[in-house]
Design a protein around this ligand. Structure first.
Ligand code: HEC
Length: 184
């Protein structure tokens, strides 16, 4: 009986130690951020496609650097029939009833990327759907209404990872916001 009590006590102590260990671990981890950015497919829109041997492929020299400055601002497209929106060949620029949107530079470049962003701004932008967390609405097809469901730890981990990637100087053109209710 006594032996059994000792065993139970030891198991309880081990469990308590495991809980203490897991809560002591840092919850914001760039490595987890890398995983989440890959799973959410941020690169689908934020890394430009280039034409490779087997068709379009992500241009990894411009990893997550947004719509290429060299392509510049593009004209709105008028689409026939039920078609409502379209993407450029790079999949970084989009035209639709909202106007024209260009995927942002998510690299830590100071002047053209997220360099001056704080973790708080990033979390606020994704949660509120507002540019830099405070100003105009973030336009489609940026999937913030889905990404906002991530936990604080996950969003902060994504930001920590984005801080760690190579900075790419690439000035993305300003979005062209359509007039209220104005379909193109
Ligand atoms: C389907 C395409 C698409 C995907 C996928 C996507 N984005 Fe975006 N993202 C955009 C577009 C387009 C914009 C520019 C929107 C605008 O100018 O209003 C943008 C803008 C942003 C901005 C700038 C917001 C601001 O305040 O102006 C951040 C930060 C961002 N995306 C992060 C991410 C992250 C992180 C992921 C993955 C978790 C992601 N995006 C996935 C298309 C996408």
């Amino acid at each position: 009986m006594k032996k059994r009590l000792i065993v139970i006590t030891l198991i309880t102590l081990a469990a308590a130690a495991a809980v203490a260990w897991s809560s002591a671990r840092p919850r914001v981890e760039p490595e987890r951020g890398r995983y989440l950015v890959a799973v959410f497919g941020c690169g689908d829109c934020h890394t430009p496609l280039k034409l490779g041997k087997n068709g379009p492929e992500p241009d990894l020299t411009r990893f997550l650097s947004g719509h290429p400055e060299q392509m510049g601002a593009l004209p709105a497209a008028k689409l026939p029939g039920p078609w409502m929106w379209a993407g450029a060949a790079t999949n970084t620029a989009f035209t639709g009833p909202w106007g024209i949107s260009y995927a942002a530079n998510l690299t830590p470049d100071r002047n053209t990327g997220l360099g001056i962003w704080t973790e708080e701004m990033f979390v606020k932008a994704i949660r509120s759907g507002r540019h830099m967390g405070t100003s105009r609405e973030i336009l489609p097809p940026m999937p913030w209404p889905a990404i906002r469901n991530a936990s604080d730890e996950d969003l902060k981990s994504m930001f920590a990872y984005l801080r760690s990637i190579a900075p790419v100087a690439n000035h993305v053109p300003d979005a062209q916001v359509a007039a209220e209710g104005g379909a193109r």
